[in-house]
Ligand binder design. Sequence first.
Ligand SMILES: [Zn+2]
Length: 367
Amino acid sequence: MVEKDNSLERRLTHDGVVHHPLGGGSYVFEKGYVDYLVRQIIKEKVRISIGAQPNSSPHFGTLVVFNLAYALAQKMSAHSDSIQSEVFFEVIDTAPSETKTICGIDYQISLRDSKVAENHLDEYSELLGLLKGFTGVDYTMRRQRDFNSQQGIPHILRKIVQNRETLAPILDSQRGLLRMRIACSDCGLTDKNGVKNRYHDSSMESYCPEHGWFETSFDDESAKFEYNTPLRNLIRALVYSSDNQSNDVPFEWLRVTGSDYAGYYQEQLLYKAASLLGTAAHKLPTIVYAPLVVDWSGAKLSKSLYVKENAYKDLPKYLVNYDKFRDKLGEEGVRKMFEEVSSWLDDSFKLFRSYSVYYFMGLFGDE
Ligand SMILES: [Zn+2]
């Protein structure tokens, strides 16, 4: 009889040889991927957009995304003298910090209202500062309030609300709700799923269980709006697309995000929805997907599972977040990680796949 522990150990044994079989994206974009991206750029300035919810220290997957954004900016500028690239960090400080149920409806208090966001942004700044030091690429940070204060937002909000009967079932396949929300100005409680929202031509009414109904104008108060991830993804892409098309805007956008958002997610939630609103898919900004970091079973490494359920007991702690990564491996480790991710752009077939935690443990000499 084979004992359980031994069989587990045997299953995790590997020969250490890394294969990169070609197929799909890696076949088509095997070489010259940066060149392909540069050819699509029309303007002289490029903003490479990345996003994160600052609810903890940047997790390992976020490290990969941020490294890829900087490496791409550096290589695009090096590739063509006429391109100036910068990294643009969209801070999702509207993500939930706490949730409570009142009369069967879920209400949330967002990170910005609970001030949790502030506690972790220093670590993000430190990481961005180090990457800037390696590459010479500048960065800018923007909060959701500033994103939503842009001139083009009221028009997009109005259009989405007008088309909500078609859009909501696409963006929220389970409940068919338009997931827009506004925090109560008195207590911060926010109808998480927009269950009680009442929509009008130029405003939205929201409900607070403590303070009752309140109305928010698309034109004068767009800064207050918050969205769930698919709706935010759509609105951001529409704003970027409009900037890219406009001659008055001196830069154009390119997005870098994790490949858990690639494929079916964007086809259904972004390209279909944008097309229904009259924006053609070829006018949406290009998205470059960062490889996922996966555990032994092939599942995405999850920081919340580690925090809440004491998962990954057998893995080194530096695989969890930037804080622990920096403590264990220092600035040299951050540089090594950057060089690794940067090399995936040189051999671009390496970009169209996932990497297991064991791959990184090999890289950092911790097997
Ligand atoms: Zn209230």
